[in-house]
Design a protein around this ligand. Structure first.
Ligand SMILES: Nc1nc2c(c(=O)[nH]1)N[C@H]1C(S)=C(S)[C@@H](COP(=O)(O)OP(=O)(O)OC[C@H]3O[C@@H](n4cnc5c(=O)[nH]c(N)nc54)[C@H](O)[C@@H]3O)O[C@H]1N2
Ligand SMILES: Nc1nc2c(c(=O)[nH]1)N[C@H]1C(S)=C(S)[C@@H](COP(=O)(O)OP(=O)(O)OC[C@H]3O[C@@H](n4cnc5c(=O)[nH]c(N)nc54)[C@H](O)[C@@H]3O)O[C@H]1N2
Ligand SMILES: [Mo]
Length: 774
């Protein structure tokens, strides 16, 4: 039933887990030693950011309060983000914060508190900071305005339920890597399947299998297509053919492929008849009956900048083969991001492949280690969040709009909603100055608040924009349970090191606040952290017993360090079930079938998201002034902004600056050489980065990963900021994907690049603020 993982941990090491994998660690006199799980075939090197992080100067070591807030009281303040901080004792800061929370609740109600607190936090299931803040706000203040969806999948999370089923069904419980190794002939990977991405998963994965699976499939003869502006979006092991598509043009390519198949009678009519709803309306659009424009390969070619013959040939090569279409999250983190997600599903339907082993549509396969895996047969620990008394929410990426435009109405998924008036925002476990777009605008938005509270392990730009900064422990400094529904290993995360400085666990901070608010019992249920771990573990244990097996008690689990859970069959999920029995296992859509077109979405009447997949030309495209596409993708050497000061992340920078990649043609035209500092700019701002030249990037595209901490050259200036460290979100646009999903569009924007010959400003991102006198 539940086994012990005998390989883990090794003697003398303690078990722990992170979003970048299960690992073991030890703190000795020479410092922190971390090693991946001994049986991990392809460990994620990001764990190398841990050594040196525990007592790095960037850690927050004591509670700090912004001077302007302390002296003038709560209220909108243009100094937020550029004011001095003063240090304060825990007792005083908790008293003051409890009083402010009470004031906001009494004067404005919990509907004036924004507790979305989006962010990845750390991997342990109990100390997960976002869950902690939600539970605290629910149990102690009556609730909060929440956020829905994610920066990861803002558009797909909304469109997929309209056309196939929930994101989890279509991404997590669908085609597995095992099926690909055994069955797939062709993988059309739109956005690629970069190993840098697929070795990450919230909660921690014990074995990273993606590289090996692509290698084995390719060896068997599976043909991978890396459809992306970057060749490196597919590992060498896949031996992929690279189609260097123009960014933002995938829907055009998909339409061109489908048109060729339909025009040449190679589409699977029987599949479309039996399993799909709304084909005719879409076909009218595809062949041009509805708008006079056939979406042929010749039509698609100039849009995606691939040869028409190449598109047509690719289409003709597909029928009769087991074809898998994947669409990465990145494609939908862009203007009209709903379209490639929808068109990819319809392409798989046109090929008649949905629901076949190793075939059809695996949305987001390769973007996170969760996807392509079997699911556990029993639930894993999660902190209950209580009941939120406030019903209001925003789509997560509309946070700046909400703060800047209270009372304004906006469209979302068929509703007309109104932004609430927020007085206090509470963040723990996320970094909006990493994840949000147009950072100058975001800073303005946070200046509208009465009070901004942040719990952080380190002095991120978000902490620097707060009024109250509370130092939290990092994962290595506390005990927890590491687990995810897509990996069988449950990890007894032992404490590796004592807390740094005055840092406290988020749980203890909230418990102390709850004590002051008279809600201690409701928040803690009388449990210590250790008692919570035992309590949360019991859920898994009870479910194991129900399955009829032995399940060790908590003490045994803790002593042995891990537990291996049973997993479900690799059954292909809802798409396979539907294919096998369309009447008995209908899809959870209005027709019970694949919505090739959707009367519901059409009924919303959105010009920016019509009732079937369509090509909608982007507004945020290159111009004469800003002729290059910027691809602002996920960083290889860290998770988002986490531990950007760590040695693995720092090791990939040049003189402390982030590296951007561009094609030699674009560089030569601008007098830029390898290693030169370039200034990337557009109307919203600018940043500096070190140029790396490569022919593995499409000409006309500059790639700068996210994650370098925002470090504006002049913190007092109100003009477009210059980030000296290389944060691309000074450049990206703060606009929703469409009226349907209002998702984040941070992946792409248009910029100019020039060699920067001015004096190089110092990078101060990791220098903590020096507390002023009180
Ligand atoms: N331009 C552009 N922008 C993007 C993207 C993109 O592709 N392009 N991608 C987007 C995506 S997909 C995502 S998911 C977001 C990610 O955005 P975030 O999830 O907000 O980024 P993280 O850096 O993971 O933020 C987690 C924060 O929690 C802190 N933390 C860690 N452990 C603890 C703890 O125990 N307690 C507390 N209190 N804090 C802790 C870390 O120090 C860090 O600052 O970014 C989005 N932004
Ligand atoms: N190392 C590391 N891994 C991560 C993360 C991290 O921060 N670091 N974050 C994790 C998270 S939260 C998420 S949501 C996933 C995100 O997964 P994704 O959003 O898929 O990841 P990205 O790296 O942003 O984008 C993947 C690739 O898409 C390509 N691309 C960009 N625009 C286009 C386009 O218009 N068309 C095509 N065809 N390709 C395009 C880019 O070259 C890019 O490298 O990654 C996860 N994995
Ligand atoms: Mo994400």
């Amino acid at each position: 039933m539940a086994d012990i993982d005998t390989a883990f941990p090794s003697p003398g090491m303690l078990p722990h887990s992170a979003h970048w994998g299960v690992f073991q660690a030890r703190l000795d006199r020479s410092g922190l030693i971390v090693q991946p799980h001994p049986d991990d075939p392809d460990p994620n090197p990001i764990i190398e950011n841990f050594p040196g992080a525990l007592d790095h100067p960037a850690r927050v070591t004591q509670p700090m309060v912004r001077r302007g807030w302390l002296e003038n009281g709560p209220g909108p303040d243009a100094r937020r983000g550029r004011d001095e901080f003063v240090a304060m004792s825990w007792d005083e800061v908790l008293d003051r914060l409890a009083a402010e929370l009470s004031r906001v609740k009494q004067s404005h109600g919990p509907e004036a508190i924004f507790g979305g607190s989006y962010g990845w936090s750390s991997a342990g299931r109990f100390h997960h900071a976002q869950s902690q803040v939600h539970r605290f706000l629910n149990t102690s203040l009556g609730g909060y305005v929440r956020s829905v969806n994610s920066y990861s999948a803002g558009a797909s999370g909304v469109i997929l339920p309209h056309i196939l089923g929930s994101m989890d069904e279509v991404a997590r419980r669908n085609v597995t890597w095992e099926q690909i190794v055994a069955h797939t002939d062709v993988v059309l990977a739109f956005g690629g399947m970069a190993l840098k991405n697929s070795r990450v998963a919230s909660g921690g994965i014990s074995r990273h299998v993606e590289r090996g699976a692509m290698h084995d499939a390719a060896r068997r003869g599976c043909r991978f297509f890396c459809i992306s502006p970057l060749r490196s979006d597919m590992p060498a092991e896949a031996d992929a053919r690279w189609l260097a598509i123009r960014p933002g043009a995938d829907t055009a390519l998909m339409l061109g492929l489908m048109h060729t198949l339909v025009a040449e009678g190679m589409h699977d009519r029987a599949f479309l008849d039996r399993y799909c709803d709304g084909w005719d309306r879409f076909e009218d659009y595809l062949v041009g009956r509805s708008d006079g424009q056939p979406k042929s390969a010749a039509w698609a070619a100039p849009k995606c900048d691939l040869a028409a013959a190449e598109i047509a040939e690719l289409a003709r090569s597909l029928p009769g083969k087991r074809v898998l279409v994947t669409v990465s999250h990145s494609l939908q983190r862009a203007e009209h991001g709903e379209q490639p997600v929808w068109a990819g599903a319809v392409l798989a339907a046109v090929l008649g492949q949905l629901g076949l082993p190793g075939g059809g549509y695996a949305y987001a396969l390769g973007t996170l280690a969760h996807y392509g895996k079997r699911s556990n047969a029993v639930p894993v620990a999660a902190l209950p969040q209580g009941t939120n008394g406030v019903k209001d929410f925003i789509p997560v990426a509309r946070v700046a709009d909400m703060l800047l435009h209270p009372g304004q109405s906006y469209a979302y998924n068929g509703q007309t909603r109104t932004y609430p008036r927020i007085r206090l925002a509470y963040w723990a476990g996320g970094n909006p100055f990493h994840h949000h777009q147009d950072l100058a605008r975001l800073a303005m938005a946070f200046r509208q608040l009465d009070t901004f509270v942040v719990h952080e392990i380190a002095w991120t730009a978000t902490a620097r924009h707060a009024d109250i900064v509370l130092p939290s422990t990092m994962t290595l400094e506390r005990e927890d349970i590491g687990a995810t529904p897509t990996d069988p290993l449950v990890v007894a995360m032992h404490r590796i090191a004592p807390p740094n400085g005055q840092a406290r666990d988020d749980y203890d901070i909230f418990a102390a606040l709850a004590g002051r608010l008279g809600t201690h019992e409701a928040f803690t249920e009388g449990r210590t952290s250790r008692q919570w771990l035992e309590h949360l573990y019991e859920r898994t244990r009870a479910a194991l017993r129900e399955l009829g097996g032995e399940a060790p008690d908590f003490e045994t689990f803790w002593r042995q360090g891990s537990l291996v859970l049973p997993q479900r069959e690799d059954d292909g999920g809802i798409l396979r079930a539907f294919r096998n029995d369309p009447a008995g296992a209908p899809l959870p859509t209005p027709s019970g079938k694949v919505q090739v077109s959707s009367p519901v979405v059409a009924g919303f009447g959105y010009a920016d998201c019509p009732g079937h997949p369509a090509w909608l030309a982007p507004q945020d495209a290159p111009t004469d002034a800003h002729p290059l596409y910027l691809v602002a993708n996920q960083p290889a050497t860290k998770l988002h902004s986490q531990l950007d000061f760590g040695r693995h992340s720092a090791g990939a920078k040049r003189d402390g600056r982030e590296v951007c990649t561009m094609h030699p043609d674009d560089a030569v035209a601008r007098g830029i050489r390898e290693g030169d500092i370039v200034r990337l700019s557009n109307g919203r701002g600018a940043c500096l980065a070190s140029a790396a030249l490569s022919t593995d990037i499409r000409p006309g595209v500059v790639q700068l990963p996210t994650g370098a901490w925002y470090d504006p050259a002049d913190r007092q200036d109100d003009g477009p900021p210059l980030c000296v460290h290389g944060n691309p979100n000074v450049l990206t646009r703060d606009a929703g994907t469409s009226s349907l999903a209002q998702g984040c569009t941070g992946q792409l924007t248009a910029v100019q690049a020039e060699r920067y010959d001015g004096p190089l400003p110092a990078i101060r991102a990791f220098e903590p603020p020096v507390p002023g006198a009180r």
